[in-house]
Design a protein. Structure first.
Length: 424
C-alpha cells in the first residue's frame, strides 16, 4: 500500500489538526477541513487563535488549502480525523463530534481510502463505533474497500519545545499493510521516530493511560497538599526533600484541567464500567482533582476570614483563567470552579489573564475578564495560573493590587512565601 501520492484531508483544525496540516502541507497537497467557518477564514488570513502557529508557518505550508466544503474532500485518499472528544455533564464520553466526522469521511471516501483517527477514545472505539458509521455512509467494507488507522495525538498546548516532529508517534492499522503504510506516512514528518503498536486497540489504550497516569500522580500530590496544609507543613518543602531520592517522581499539586488530563480518564472508566468493572483508583483520583478548584476558593476564603475580611461583598482578583500557563486554552479550566465557589460566597470576582480571549472568558466564567493589569485594589488575590507575565511581576507590583491586610493565595507558589498567605 503506497500512500505517498494521495491528497490528505485533515478533519478538524484545532490544537491537534493544525500542526498536522502544516507539517504535511509543507511536503504535499493537504485539505485542512473544519466546520467552523470563522476558524477557516482566520487561518486563511494567517491568524491562529490557538497560538500554535505563526502567520509565517501557515504561509510556508504551500500545499495546504483550508476549506469548509465537504465536496473538497472527495478528491482525498487519506483522511486524518482530529476532532475533540469531550465529556458531557455526567462525565460520560461525548462522541458527537467523532460520529459526525466519521459520517463526513464516509460520504467522501473512495475505494482504497485510508482513515486515521487521532482523537482520544476508549479502547475499541475506532473499530466498534467509527468503522460501522463509515461503512454505512460509504457502502464500503473495512479492510476491503477502505482501511483504518489510529495514531494518538500528543500535542501539549503552549509547549514550544515538545512539538509534533519531536515527539515519538504511535501508529497502528486495521491490517498489516495498513499499519506499515500509516507508519511510513507519519515517519515522513516525525523526526523523533514512530512506534508501531500491535493493534488499533493497543494504540487507543496507550493514549488514554498516558493522561490517566499523569492525572493520578497529580491527584496524589493534591491529596498530600491537603494533608500537609492541615499539618502546617509547606508542601513544596516536602517535595524538595523527597525529590532528593533518585526514583522519586517529580509531580506538583495544582488545578487539573484542559482537554486531556481532566477528560481522558473518563473514557477509560466508561469502557471499564461497560465491561462490568468499577475502577476505583482512577475515579478516586478524578474526584480529588475535580474538587481542587473549590478547595482553593475555600482556602482563600478561610484566610480572609482569619484576617477579619468579610468574604461577602469582598473584591477578589483571580490571576489566570487558562487551564495551564502560557496558553490561551480555556477548555475545562478548573479556575472556573474557583470563580464559581467565590461567587457562591457572594464575593465580587474579576479575572486577569493576558493570554485568553476576554469575551470568551467573561462568557465562560460569568465575571469581568481583563487582559491588562488592573488598577483597582482587592481584598484578596488568587494566583491560579503561572503565566510568564505573572512570574515577572515583582512583589511590589503584586502588592500594589491589594488593600491593606489583603490575602494573597498563590496556588503554584511562584512568589516568595513570606509575601503570600497560602499556597497548595
Amino acid at each position: 500500500m503506497d500512500l505517498s501520492k494521495h491528497t490528505i484531508a485533515i478533519i478538524g483544525l484545532g490544537y491537534v489538526g493544525l500542526p498536522l496540516a502544516l507539517a504535511f502541507g509543507a511536503k504535499r497537497r493537504v485539505i485542512g477541513f473544519d466546520v467552523n467557518g470563522r476558524r477557516v477564514a482566520a487561518l486563511r488570513r494567517g491568524e491562529d487563535a490557538t497560538l500554535e502557529a505563526t502567520a509565517e508557518e501557515i504561509s510556508a505550508a504551500q500545499g495546504l488549502e483550508f476549506s469548509t466544503d465537504q465536496e473538497d474532500l472527495k478528491n482525498c485518499g487519506i483522511f486524518i480525523v482530529t476532532v475533540p472528544t469531550p465529556i458531557d455533564r455526567a462525565k460520560r464520553p461525548d462522541l458527537g463530534p467523532l460520529i459526525s466526522a466519521s459520517r463526513i469521511v464516509g460520504q467522501a471516501i473512495k475505494p482504497g481510502g485510508v482513515i486515521i483517527f487521532e482523537s482520544t477514545v476508549y479502547p475499541g472505539c475506532t473499530e466498534e463505533i467509527c468503522a460501522p458509521i463509515i461503512e454505512k455512509a460509504s457502502g464500503l467494507k473495512l479492510n476491503e474497500g477502505f482501511f483504518l488507522g489510529y495514531s494518538p495525538e500528543r500535542i501539549n498546548p503552549g509547549d514550544k519545545e515538545h512539538r509534533l516532529s519531536s515527539i515519538v508517534k504511535i501508529t497502528s492499522g486495521s491490517n498489516n499493510d495498513a499499519a506499515e503504510a500509516i507508519d511510513a506516512l507519519y515517519a515522513s514528518i516525525v523526526s523523533a521516530g514512530t512506534h508501531k503498536a500491535a493493534s488499533i486497540a493497543v494504540a487507543e489504550a496507550a493514549k488514554v493511560i498516558e493522561n490517566t497516569q499523569r492525572d493520578l500522580n497529580i491527584a496524589l500530590m493534591n491529596e498530600l497538599a491537603i494533608i500537609f496544609g492541615r499539618l502546617g507543613i509547606d508542601t513544596s518543602d516536602v517535595l524538595k526533600a523527597a525529590g532528593t531520592k533518585w526514583n522519586f517522581l517529580r509531580f506538583s499539586p495544582g488545578l487539573v484541567g484542559g482537554h486531556c488530563v481532566g477528560v481522558d480518564p473518563f473514557y477509560l472508566t466508561h469502557k471499564a464500567q461497560e465491561l462490568g468493572y468499577h475502577p476505583e483508583v482512577i475515579l478516586a483520583g478524578r474526584r480529588i482533582n475535580d474538587g481542587m478548584g473549590q478547595h482553593v476558593a475555600d482556602q482563600a476564603a478561610r484566610l480572609m476570614m482569619k484576617k477579619s475580611i468579610p468574604v461577602v461583598g469582598s473584591k477578589v482578583l483571580i490571576m489566570g483563567a487558562a487551564f495551564k500557563e502560557n496558553c490561551p486554552d480555556l477548555r475545562n479550566s478548573k479556575v472556573a470552579d474557583v470563580v464559581a465557589r467565590l461567587l457562591d460566597y457572594n464575593a465580587n470576582v474579576e479575572v486577569w489573564d493576558p493570554w485568553v480571549s476576554q469575551d470568551e472568558c467573561a462568557l465562560e466564567f460569568g465575571v469581568p475578564c481583563m487582559a491588562q493589569k488592573p488598577s483597582g485594589l482587592y481584598d484578596g488575590i488568587v494566583v491560579a495560573v503561572a503565566h510568564n507575565e505573572f512570574r515577572k511581576l515583582s512583589v511590589a507590583d503584586l502588592c500594589s493590587l491589594t488593600k491593606e491586610n489583603a490575602v494573597i493565595y498563590d496556588v503554584k507558589g511562584i512568589y516568595p512565601r513570606e509575601h503570600t498567605d497560602g499556597r497548595l
